[in-house]
Design a protein around this ligand. Structure first.
Ligand code: DX5
Ligand code: ZN
Length: 214
């Protein structure tokens, strides 16, 4: 199982220390949650912080934009050194164009679904994306409880990907711990995002390793 620890739960006063911890860990990528206070009821951090992280990170940056009009920021996200740019289905009326713009900018393109958005909405775009991110909490905050209905969505998405010949990976974000992580592995997830579970652990490196071994 691949693991993408979310910096949202890091200690922002010790961001360099926490990024260096992730560099030394089994993390496969670093998840960066950008919130605008419009699409989601919270504001996190923006491009200057991602640029600072990029200077010291040795893992690929997986940027999750919880913002309206993400298509306006494709080149800025690329200039932050992002490997993957994830946009929400719910804010992209021209998703096909936005996905092309992300890929033309040299990044991998991801599309994210809120808990209430069905997997079937991806039928006509799944072959174009590199990643599908399923939210297992309502986006906006770390440390929330996993929504169990996500497991069924992972299985549905796995089937859609297999049937369509898509090469997209399945990432799941929100309320991931050892129990929910094991269930997600069984359901067919490829990448687990984990914020609170990693950063509130006594030994974050061992926690990342344990998730990695699922
Ligand atoms: C939530 C963010 C998540 C968040 C997950 O809106 O998209 O990436 O950091 O946090 P945990 O793992 O604490 O649920
Ligand atoms: Zn996220």
């Amino acid at each position: 199982m691949q693991v993408s620890p979310s910096l949202l739960s890091a200690d922002f006063a010790n961001l360099q220390r926490d990024v260096e911890m992730l560099n030394a860990s089994a993390a496969d990528m670093i998840h960066l949650d950008v919130m605008d206070g419009v699409f989601v009821p919270n504001i996190s951090f923006g491009f200057p912080v991602i640029k600072a992280v990029q200077k010291i990170a040795t893992k690929p940056l997986d940027v999750h934009l919880m913002i309206v009009e993400p298509q306006k920021f494709v080149s800025q996200v690329r200039d932050c050194g992002a490997e993957i740019m994830n946009v929400h289905y719910e804010v992209c009326p021209h998703l096909h164009r936005t996905i092309q713009q992300i890929k033309d900018a040299g990044m991998k393109a991801g599309v994210t679904l809120n808990p209430a958005t069905p997997v079937s909405m991806l039928e006509d775009i799944v072959t174009e994306v590199d990643m599908v991110l399923l939210m297992s909490v309502n986006p906006g905050f770390g440390g929330q409880k996993f929504i169990p209905g996500t497991l069924k969505k992972v299985a549905q998405l796995r089937q859609l990907i297999n049937q369509s010949g898509s090469k997209a990976t399945i990432q799941v974000d929100g309320g991931v711990n050892m129990e929910t992580g094991a269930l997600l592995a069984q359901a067919g997830a490829d990448i687990l995002v984990a914020g609170n579970f990693v950063f509130s652990a006594e030994d974050p490196i061992a926690t990342i390793e344990a998730l990695h071994n699922l």
